[in-house]
Design a protein around this ligand. Structure first.
Ligand SMILES: Nc1ncnc2c1ncn2[C@@H]1O[C@H](COP(=O)(O)OP(=O)(O)OP(=O)(O)O)[C@@H](O)[C@H]1O
Ligand SMILES: O=c1ccn([C@@H]2O[C@H](COP(=O)(O)O)[C@@H](O)[C@H]2O)c(=O)[nH]1
Ligand SMILES: [Mg+2]
Length: 248
């Protein structure tokens, strides 16, 4: 009854119109944000389990920049997988040296290492709503997360951006990152196309992907992201109201 009532709410879809693509995948179009079969995952109905959005996109697509805005506006905890690994990298352990080498090469760290760091970050946060930025980067990362954490993400944001725009942004970043150079960016792009895009496709097929146009100014992009999170707020408000009524 509870689920039926929830799924009948016209929440996600009220300001999106449905269109059909040539490949017959149903998509929902809102401004320039594509929402591919959005569904509230089963696990999100458990009130105390963490609410997780993965944030994917190529190097320099603006994941970190948009995550900061989302976190500030909508009260999510921002976990940057790359940030966790960078912290580890400076820890002068053997693992740190291994991570530095991988980052310089633009390769992906072992799943066990990244997932354990993410797990620790989730467990030590008071917040229960998370943006996991830059993860999973491979199908193997994805299955390791599901196995270790025991859950799928509630949904996935994907910042879609042309290669030349991403490269320009990365090379202008100027934050002293070991991987912000022409050689590593090329390698990262290869890895992104070969290994990360299949993960994006996986979530599109599962109806969990929000594809966002990652071009334009930071503010323009955030206005494409905003309706997704505003809709979630409405979902949770309605759910809380429903539970309160039920408990009366
Ligand atoms: N819309 C934008 N227009 C111009 N510059 C941007 C835009 N969004 C982000 N930037 C800048 O581009 C650089 C890369 O952005 P950001 O770090 O958010 O990308 P990212 O997807 O997290 O990249 P990475 O995967 O390498 O961590 C940063 O210097 C950021 O300030
Ligand atoms: O899940 C992950 C995330 C990151 N890495 C490594 O870190 C760099 C930088 O990551 P950003 O998300 O762009 O900050 C990335 O190129 C990988 O080398 C990883 O291995 N696994
Ligand atoms: Mg980043």
């Amino acid at each position: 009854m509870y689920r039926r009532r929830l799924t009948s709410l016209p929440l996600f879809f009220s300001h999106f119109h449905q269109v059909k693509r040539a490949d017959q995948l149903k998509i929902y179009q809102a401004f320039s944000t594509e929402i591919i079969n959005p569904v509230e995952s089963e696990s999100s109905s458990t009130r105390n389990s963490p609410y997780v959005a993965f944030v994917l996109g190529g190097p320099g697509s603006g994941k970190g920049t948009q995550c900061l805005k989302i976190a500030e506006t909508f009260g999510f905890e921002h976990i940057g997988a790359g940030d966790l690994l960078r912290k580890e990298m400076y820890s002068s352990t053997e693992e740190g040296a291994m991570i530095q080498k991988l980052m310089r090469e633009g390769s992906i760290a072992p799943s066990e290492v990244t997932v354990k760091l993410i797990q620790k970050a989730i467990e030590s946060a008071e917040n229960r709503k998370f943006l996991i930025d830059g993860f999973p980067r491979s199908e193997e990362n994805r299955t390791a997360y599901e196995r270790i954490i025991g859950a799928e993400p509630n949904f996935v944001l994907f910042f879609d951006c042309p290669e030349e725009v991403m490269v320009k942004r990365v090379l202008n970043r100027n934050e002293g990152r070991v991987d912000d150079n022409e050689h590593t960016v090329k390698e990262r792009l290869k890895v992104y196309k070969a290994v990360t895009l299949p993960v994006v496709n996986h979530y599109a097929k599962k109806g969990k992907l929000y594809k966002i146009d990652g071009t334009g100014t930071q503010e323009e992009i955030f206005e494409r992201v905003r309706p997704i999170f505003s809709s979630l707020r409405k979902v949770h408000k309605s759910r809380d109201q429903f539970m309160e009524e039920k408990e009366k």
